[in-house]
Design a protein around this ligand. Structure first.
Ligand code: ZN
Length: 343
């Protein structure tokens, strides 16, 4: 199986779900010098000079970004439970490790910009074409996009950053109640939004998507090129699961729609959270029963079969840029290839 090899899928500290209902848990954590806080904004996390995720003590948070956070005082000085309106809605409880260290995320950006008119709001694998400016960080810290740095992070950092980016994206896209349109407020330490009018509770979404290494009887791999990509970028096919559809059906439908290739047997190979903004990538090995390729020209500009030698030579000559090292797409390609690709 490939699950454990995926950079964004590695183990996380205890997610501490049982603590979320305690309205004082975040304030109390901010009063504990052992707590570590990760800064998150629009798909990126603050990293330090070594490229690691910056995990800051509460006292080291840049005041320009954090402002005055409502922290509980320790021990006998602890105030009564803070009223709801003193809970800072930017704070996310990410987890607590076995030594009692609490990990928080702090959302420091403003509203994320809406996609330009006509652009899909939730694209699956395309790179973002426009990026908003992140808030300025103090010297020594820098914003780093999770999708570019995921492969270089420790398991702890990858787990914390993936969760923080996913929650941040959900909050940014769901300020209002989907039932009545009223404003919602953040509850459960960042894991629920509750409607201020009808009291309904709304939970972070995870949208299933399938991604597949399609292989023919000659053991060639089918790769495609999105219409939105550079000429040298190739990847496995992928698509969202539709309502009422099984995973296996979604694999066969997406491959047929995008390339005209018919898929028979489908085997699950592993999964990866892909919080850009809210996908769970479910990876498959899919056996093609036909080989004629006809791209739709809408999602895919080109698609073709590669032998191992052809792919290795194309990568070596920089004619093919394989999927990024953090991605399940890369893992699926290398699973078929039998080892690491050159770049
Ligand atoms: Zn409502």
């Amino acid at each position: 199986m490939i699950v454990d090899a995926l950079p964004l899928s590695r183990a996380l500290v205890d997610r501490a779900a049982a603590l979320r209902a305690d309205e004082r848990v975040v304030g109390a954590a901010l009063g504990d010098a052992r707590t570590r806080v990760l800064l998150v904004d629009d798909g990126a996390v603050a990293t330090d000079g070594d490229g690691a995720v910056a995990l800051l003590a509460p006292g080291d948070l840049p005041h320009d970004l954090s402002g005055d956070l409502p922290r509980d005082l320790p021990g006998d000085l602890r105030a009564e439970a803070m009223p709801d309106d003193e809970v800072d809605e930017r704070l996310l409880l990410l987890g607590r490790d076995e030594d009692g260290v609490t990990y928080l995320g702090l959302r420091v950006g403003g509203p994320h910009p809406a996609p330009r008119a006509g652009a899909a709001a939730d694209v699956l694998v395309h790179r973002r074409t426009s990026t908003s400016a992140h808030p300025e960080l103090p010297p020594g810290l820098a914003w780093t996009a999770l999708r570019t740095v995921g492969a270089d992070l420790s398991a702890l950092e990858a787990g914390l950053a993936t969760t923080a980016v996913a929650l941040d994206a959900w909050h940014a896209r769901h300020p209002r109640c989907p039932r009545c349109g009223a404003a919602t407020r953040v509850t459960q330490a960042g894991w629920v939004r509750t409607c201020t009018v009808d009291g309904s509770e709304h939970y972070p979404r995870t949208d299933p998507a399938v991604i597949m290494a399609v292989v023919d009887d000659a053991d060639r791999l089918l790769l495609g090129q999105s219409t939105a990509w550079a000429q040298d970028r190739w990847s496995t096919l992928a698509g969202f699961v539709e309502p009422g559809e099984s995973l296996e059906h979604a694999v066969r439908r997406e491959v047929l729609e995008e390339t005209g290739v018919v898929v028979g047997a489908v085997e699950y190979r592993g999964s990866q959270p892909w919080p850009f903004p809210a996908s769970l990538m479910l990876g498959f090995h899919a056996r093609a029963t036909t080989t004629d390729v006809h791209v739709d020209g809408v999602e895919l500009a080109r698609a073709r079969w590669f032998t191992r030698d052809e792919l290795r030579d194309a990568v070596d000559r920089a004619e093919v840029m394989p999927p990024g090292p953090s991605s399940i797409a890369r893992a699926l390609v290398e699973d078929w290839f039998g080892g690491p690709l050159g770049r």
